[in-house]
Design a protein around this ligand. Sequence first.
Ligand SMILES: NC(=O)c1ccc[n+]([C@@H]2O[C@H](COP(=O)([O-])OP(=O)(O)OC[C@H]3O[C@@H](n4cnc5c(N)ncnc54)[C@H](OP(=O)(O)O)[C@@H]3O)[C@@H](O)[C@H]2O)c1
Length: 263
Amino acid sequence: MEIVILGSGNVATHLAYALKKAEYHIKQVYSRKIEHAKHLADGIGAEPVGNLSHITTEADIYIIAVKDEAIIEVASALPLGNNILLHTSGSTDMEVLKPFSLSYGVLYPLQTISKEVALDFSKVPLILEFSDSRVKEEVLNMAFKLSPLIHEYNSQQRRCLHLGAVMACNFSNYLYAVAHDFLREKEVDFDLLKPLISETAHKILEHNPNEVQTGPAVRNDSDIIHKHLALLEGHRNWQRIYQFISEDIVRKYAGENKQEETN
Ligand SMILES: NC(=O)c1ccc[n+]([C@@H]2O[C@H](COP(=O)([O-])OP(=O)(O)OC[C@H]3O[C@@H](n4cnc5c(N)ncnc54)[C@H](OP(=O)(O)O)[C@@H]3O)[C@@H](O)[C@H]2O)c1
C-alpha cells in the first residue's frame, strides 16, 4: 500500500509519522514550498515534491492535509482515476472531492494538532466518511492501524463535531491566552493557574460541564463582575468577552438560583 501526503503542516506531519510507524510506505510528500516538503519527506524516507504535476499516478491513497480553502485546488491537479482520495478537514464536505476521483472519503483527526508538539496518534479519534464500500474497507483497514478510536459520520455531523471542537478547544485556548496576557501585564504568574486549568479539564471527563460550573457569574455576583470589568479597562475586547460570557452564564443559571433562594 503506497500513500502520497499532500501538505506538510500540523496534520500532514503527525499523520505521515503515524503512517510510517504503522509500516506504510509514504511515496511522496507535496508542499508548494519544496523546503517544507523536503523537511517532512526526509524524516519519513519519502520523495519531496514541490510541483503537483510531479505527483505519481501509482499510489493507492492520496491524503490532502492542506488549508481548507486549498483542498479543491490541490485535488483538481491530481492525476487520479480510481485511486483513493481523502481530505482531513472537519468542516469541508466529502463531496467536494467527487469531481476528482471515483473513490474518495474523509479522515478527520479530532484532536488539536501542532507540528512542534508530540502526539500519540493511537489516542486520536478518527472521524471517517466514505464514498462507497471499497473505500470504506481500505480506509478502515488503514485507520485501525493508526488508532482504535474510529467513528463514521456524515459531512453535516462532522461539521457539528468540528464546531463543538472549536468551542471546547480553540475558544478555551484563546481564553487561556487572554488570561496569560492579562496576568503578564499585571505582573502576576500565569503558571499559578495551571492546577486550576488541569482540574477544569479533568472534571468534565467525569461530569456534565453544566453541573460543575463555578465562578461569580453562576452565583450572579454582580459586584465582583463589575470589579473584574473595571480591571479590564483599556482592553475593550477582553471586557466584551468577559461581559458576554458572564451574561450568558447568569442567564442560563438564573432560574436555578431563584429556585434555590426560595427553598
Ligand atoms: N491542526 C489541527 O488541529 C487540525 C485537526 C484536525 C483537522 N485539521 C485539518 O487538517 C487540514 C490541515 O490543517 P493543518 O493544521 O495541518 O494546517 P497547517 O499546519 O496550517 O498547514 C497548512 C498546509 O496547507 C498548505 N497550503 C496552504 N495553502 C495552500 C495552497 N493554496 N496550495 C497548496 N498548499 C497550501 C501549506 O503549505 P506550505 O507550508 O507549503 O505553505 C501547509 O502544508 C485542514 O483541513 C484542517 O482543517 C487540522
